[in-house]
Design a protein around this ligand. Structure first.
Ligand code: ZN
Ligand code: ZN
Length: 236
């Protein structure tokens, strides 16, 4: 839950100018303004699961975009049920949006699935372990050089000498080393660490990670960088 010092889950991922919103807790639109990001510049929303601390900010955000005159369609990738929640919320409260909402609902329990393909990036989703259907995301940069025609000796996709950057987001989940293959080759891996290790029993019960478990997954997945998030309000 939010504290005086921290907010719930929401991240803006900027892939060479194309901006994705990754989860949308309450207060997300305020934070977007505080960071001087343009609300209308968001092209796609990815929702990991429908718990309030990841989803309750979406209806107000979409509503504000309408009030600010948005005409561009918006793609929302979310677990099954999100479309019904948003459409019901707007219908029962007499609100509407004047632009197109394209829902891509995820309803699978294994494997890696391509859920978004854009000019700047692709997004693949994989199921993770939580009390409701929850998905992790791999956002892979489409290298700028892939537009140019390949010449002899050049690797067609990817910059010469380097592979595309991959950002993997995995929040909220219980511990499982089966998730490691989905996290491999990440430039940046974002894992949750709700609890400290002394609360491992509570972490198991609530289907979250401890900081030590997150570190263990990271040592197996070997990302270039690890970012930890989703820290319980009990910690300062
Ligand atoms: Zn959750
Ligand atoms: Zn959460």
């Amino acid at each position: 839950m939010p504290t005086g010092r921290r907010r719930c889950s929401a991240q803006v991922v900027n892939v060479n100018g194309f901006k994705l919103l990754l989860d949308c807790a309450e207060g997300t639109q305020d934070r977007i303004r505080q960071h001087h990001l343009k609300l209308q510049s968001l092209g796609t929303v990815l929702i990991s699961h429908l718990h309030g601390d990841h989803f309750f900010g979406l209806a107000p955000l979409l509503s504000t975009m309408h009030l600010c005159g948005r005409t561009e369609p918006m793609t929302i990738v979310a677990p099954k049920g999100a479309k019904e929640v948003i459409e019901t919320t707007f219908a029962l409260t007499g609100n509407h949006v004047g632009y197109e909402l394209n829902f891509i609902e995820m309803d699978f329990s294994e494997g890696l699935h391509r859920v978004f393909e854009g000019k700047r990036c692709t997004v693949d989703a994989f199921p993770i372990l939580h009390s409701v259907p929850t998905y992790g995301f791999r956002i892979t940069e489409v290298p700028r050089s892939s537009n140019s025609s390949p010449v002899l000796g050049e690797v067609p996709a990817g910059r010469r000498g380097s592979s595309p950057r991959v950002y993997t987001y995995c929040c909220d989940t219980a511990y499982s080393e089966d998730l490691v293959p989905f996290m491999r080759d990440s430039s940046l891996l974002c894992l949750e660490c709700t609890f400290a290790d002394d609360l491992a029993d509570l972490a198991r019960e609530r289907q979250h990670l401890t900081a030590g478990q997150a570190a263990r997954l990271a040592t197996l997945a070997e990302p270039k960088q690890l970012m930890l998030t989703h820290i319980s309000a009990r910690y300062k």
